[in-house]
Design a protein around this ligand. Structure first.
Ligand SMILES: Cc1cc2nc3c(=O)[nH]c(=O)nc-3n(C[C@H](O)[C@H](O)[C@H](O)COP(=O)(O)OP(=O)(O)OC[C@H]3O[C@@H](n4cnc5c(N)ncnc54)[C@H](O)[C@@H]3O)c2cc1C
Length: 370
């Protein structure tokens, strides 16, 4: 019999990074070899937890503004929103400009660390897209930004950009996958051709184009918003309608509770999915065993998901399964094995019995009236 292998220690990538102050007050984040090479006793070993507060960068008289309009659903920035603001940051830093973020949700707290010099709160426009576009048009007329950036996403940012272009007669590049102050490139012909052009006023930018700002902090100074437009919207907001999360295809689901071979209490699993309002998913093993229907399988031979939150209960993280969660924003893994691959992929790893965690969450949901 072979001797058991000693347990592997997990890396803490955040603990390994070094924050190096720069002469201009900004902080450079060093990782890997660069962090080791920085080995000065003053900076080496300074982790996020022990680092001094990052100084706020202020730009008083920018040469121009880059206006960024993130989706910011529920007042939170998505990874795509952060990348978009990062792209705006690069376009502003290239020639002495500043980034102004316009938001239609409640003002966000972390816009400064995301890279915003200015913040304009357009919440008084309400939800109707015509009113939002009109308010943005007023904002553009007043601030004269050099460029206005929107995310090409499922959340309406791209639609808003197109509306603004139609309303103001401004040039626009949609599905832009590269942009700087001089040129932009967009896909055309169903993605078969690339079109380059002088960067237009309005850009609707594909995911993963910019790079999110890290280790720096900007002022996010609030500037006055234009008055709400006097416009009766043709699109009427009738409020949110509850929907059955199990009727949503896994490819579309925002919140997935997924089970693997480590789940044995299926009553608790279904009850928890219902209490959390999550769509159910699972590994191929549980689907093959008949515990979940085939269309609930996540992975290479199942659904490729893009959920904002993916909770993996008792799933080992085989490569075929991980292919189905690579685009998920937050992955929470619950597993008794701290060294399994699902734990390595997770944003939050819970080393515990899946049944115990499900029961504890059900109690919490009940206490909160869920
Ligand atoms: C061609 C091919 C295509 C495939 N396509 C897919 C696919 O699309 N999707 C997919 O999922 N798989 C796919 N597979 C199968 C894949 O290789 C794995 O076998 C499968 O994903 C494993 O599922 P699992 O993690 O649920 O089970 P296991 O590998 O058995 O892992 C169970 C996990 O649960 C943990 N555990 C056990 N008890 C508990 C407990 N009480 N509490 C918490 N944790 C516990 C264990 O530590 C372990 O990590 C494919 C395989 C092949 C060959």
């Amino acid at each position: 019999m072979r001797a058991p292998r000693p347990a592997r220690l997990r890396r803490d990538p955040r603990g390994e990074r070094v924050l190096q102050p720069r002469p201009d007050g900004r902080v450079r984040v060093l990782r890997g070899e660069a962090a080791t090479a920085a080995g000065s006793p003053i900076v080496a070993g300074v982790t996020a937890a022990t680092a001094p507060a990052v100084p706020v960068r202020t730009i008083e008289q920018p040469a121009y503004l880059v206006l960024v309009v993130p989706d910011a659903i529920d007042g939170r920035l998505s990874a795509q929103d952060r990348d978009l603001i990062g792209l705006g940051r690069a376009m502003a830093d290239a020639d002495g400009g500043a980034v102004c973020v316009a938001t239609f949700t409640a003002p966000l707290e972390d816009l400064g660390t995301a890279g915003a010099d200015r913040l304009v709160d357009l919440a008084s426009a309400g939800d109707a897209p015509e009113r939002r576009a009109a308010m943005l048009q007023a904002c553009v007329a007043r601030e004269h930004p050099r460029h206005v950036l929107f995310p090409e996403s499922d959340w309406g940012g791209g639609d808003l950009g197109r509306r603004l272009a139609a309303l103001s007669g401004s040039p626009i590049a949609t599905s832009a996958w590269r942009a700087d102050l001089a040129t932009a490139a967009r896909r055309a012909g169903g993605g078969t051709r690339e079109v380059s052009m002088a960067t237009p006023l309005i850009l609707v930018v594909e995911p993963d184009v910019g790079e999110a700002v890290t280790g720096e902090r900007y002022e996010a100074r609030i500037v006055d918003a234009p008055g709400a437009p006097d416009l009766a919207p043709r699109v009427v907001d009738r409020g949110l309608r509850p929907y059955d999360p199990q009727s949503v295809a896994l490819e579309e689901a925002e919140f997935i509770l997924a089970a693997g071979n480590g789940v044995s209490d299926w009553a608790a699993f279904h009850a928890l999915a219902s209490a959390l309002g999550a769509s159910e998913g699972g590994s191929r093993v549980v689907v093959d065993a008949g515990a979940l229907p085939r269309h609930r399988q996540v992975g290479a031979t199942g659904a490729i998901t893009t959920a904002r939150c993916y909770v993996a209960l008792g799933i080992s993280g085989a490569p075929q399964h991980l292919q189905g969660v690579s685009a998920c924003e937050h992955v929470i893994a619950v597993n008794v094995d701290p060294n399994c691959d699902m734990m390595k992929r997770a944003t939050l790893a819970v080393i515990a019995d899946a049944q115990a965690v499900m029961h504890a969450l059900l109690v919490l949901c009940r206490d909160k009236g869920g």
